[in-house]
Design a protein around this ligand. Structure first.
Ligand code: PLP
Length: 456
């Protein structure tokens, strides 16, 4: 009878008289998730939701993958936890080996953490310590980009490009400067080619390094394909190559944040492969654990590792759960499916199909200005006027209404109202599981259509 009751109504967190959860939004009224299977999540009323954003580009394998859950159970039966001050573990070693096998050439070491912000925090601290080790302690500046997100811990937050996120914490943040993002739809001038646009924007880095002082910059931080803040915006071809050149010229480290766009999401295991650029440090998370365990990683070049090895021999960092055996075992199972199981290629193939379907259904919509992305990392940008690219007024909160209507229709998508030159912009991000089938593309399009018709 108790089970039957669960199916009769849709309990929400506000049905509970007392909740001790500190939620994201105190006024939210969320259904309780009951289970997940394949590309669907189910709430306690039995309603199905197509997980069109994989949470926030996390669930690349969908839900209930028994290869991963079995790997977790097996690991739990041998050893759940041993502190990395005393032991290394087989799953952590194997995971690091496999990541390096597939990482861009030159990347040599893996530092395992528990999520994306931790990966970015480790990246920033390693970059700074590297310069201390090689006797360039005067380097202290970080350069990042507007319209970016790198996490919510203080270091990562400082590098993020949305001023509204940083503002309340400004006195607590490391000084970071922000140059323009590479955002073709918003930034390219009518008279310039895409290539020239990319070079012009990349050259802002050189100007900023010169402004701050040629030997005073630690690192430049960027997402190769910008995730939530701008909606699946890939850098134009040539941009990251020019960035790499500038970094090399001034001895600045290139930190790529692939927390959202990495682990196959854009159709290659690392997004930067498509830009033919090797970073000095790269951060990954989300798809690494695919939601089965909280895990992230910071990967760095052999040169950086050597500097620590030949110097103090100790990266002055660390958390209790780094290299967690169960999280590592889960990630190893995920990575095996992505690489040996052909799921990265499948993501590229399904991504092309999804893009075709979105272009076909919405390419001429008067309120959709841009449909963009790579692989199964796609976004639609909504505008008041397609010909002038004028955004909707912020108080219309179009992205929020779209999220709500999609959710009603049984589609989870990830909305965001970005800030474009001080004006509001609305987009929704799609990042479905790589296991999706052709029929699911129709389901995404038809549910989006319902939501768009209701909102616009
Ligand atoms: N970097 C990027 C690009 C992200 O999208 C995110 C999370 O959305 C983070 C870093 C932070 O990751 P986490 O939320 O796991 O701390």
């Amino acid at each position: 009878p108790a089970a039957l009751m669960y199916h009769c109504r849709q309990p929400t967190i506000q049905d509970r008289n007392v909740s001790h959860i500190f939620p994201r939004h105190t006024k939210s009224n969320l259904p309780v998730v009951a289970r997940g299977e394949g590309v669907y999540l189910y709430d306690q009323s039995g309603k199905a939701y197509f997980d069109g954003s994989g949470g926030a580009a996390v669930s690349c394998l969908g839900h209930g993958d028994t290869d991963v859950t079995e790997a977790i159970k097996t690991q739990l039966d041998s050893i759940a936890f041993a502190h990395t001050s005393f032991f290394t573990s087989d799953p952590a070693e194997q995971l690091a080996d496999k990541l390096i096998t597939h990482a861009p050439k030159g990347i040599d070491r893996v530092y395992l953490v528990s999520g994306g912000s931790e990966a970015m925090e480790a990246a920033l601290k390693l970059a700074r310590q590297y310069f201390v080790e090689i006797d360039q302690p005067q380097r202290r500046h970080i350069i990042a980009r507007k319209q970016s997100y790198h996490g919510n811990t203080l270091g990562a937050l400082a590098t993020g490009g949305n001023e509204w996120r940083r503002a309340p914490f400004a006195p607590m943040l490391v000084e970071t400067t922000h140059i323009s993002p590479c955002f073709e739809y918003r930034g390219k001038r009518a008279e310039e080619t895409t290539l020239d646009y990319g070079l012009r924007i990349a050259n802002e880095l050189e100007t900023e390094i010169q402004r701050l002082g040629e030997d005073s910059v630690i690192a430049f931080v960027a997402e190769p394909v910008v995730g939530a803040t701008a909606g699946a915006v890939p850098a134009v071809q040539g941009y990251l190559k020019r960035i790499r050149e500038i970094c090399d010229q001034y001895g600045v480290l290139l930190i790529l944040d692939e927390v959202m766009c990495g682990m196959g999401r854009t159709g290659t295991l690392f997004a930067s492969e498509q830009d033919d650029v090797v970073p000095d440090i790269v951060a990954i998370a989300k798809g690494l654990g695919a939601g089965y365990q909280p895990i992230g990683a910071m990967l760095c070049s052999a040169a950086i590792y050597k500097a620590i090895e030949n110097g103090s021999g100790f990266f002055q960092h660390g958390h209790t759960y780094i290299g967690h055996p169960v999280a590592s075992a889960a990630a190893l199972a995920v990575l095996t499916k992505l690489t040996d199981g052909g799921l990265v290629e499948r993501c590229a193939m399904m991504g092309d199909k999804l893009n075709d379907a979105l272009q076909h259904a919405f390419g001429q919509h008067p309120n959709i200005g841009d449909i963009r992305g790579r692989g199964l990392f796609r976004a639609l940008e909504f505008v008041e006027d397609r010909s002038t690219k004028t955004p909707f007024a912020p108080d219309r909160a179009v992205h929020k209404s779209l999220k709500k209507e999609c959710f009603e229709a049984g589609l989870i998508c990830y909305p965001m109202g970005g800030t474009i030159d001080g004006r509001s912009g609305d987009h929704i991000l799609l990042a479905p599981p790589f296991i999706m089938e052709d029929a699911h593309i129709d389901e995404i399009v038809s549910k989006l259509q319902i939501a768009i018709n209701r909102v616009l």
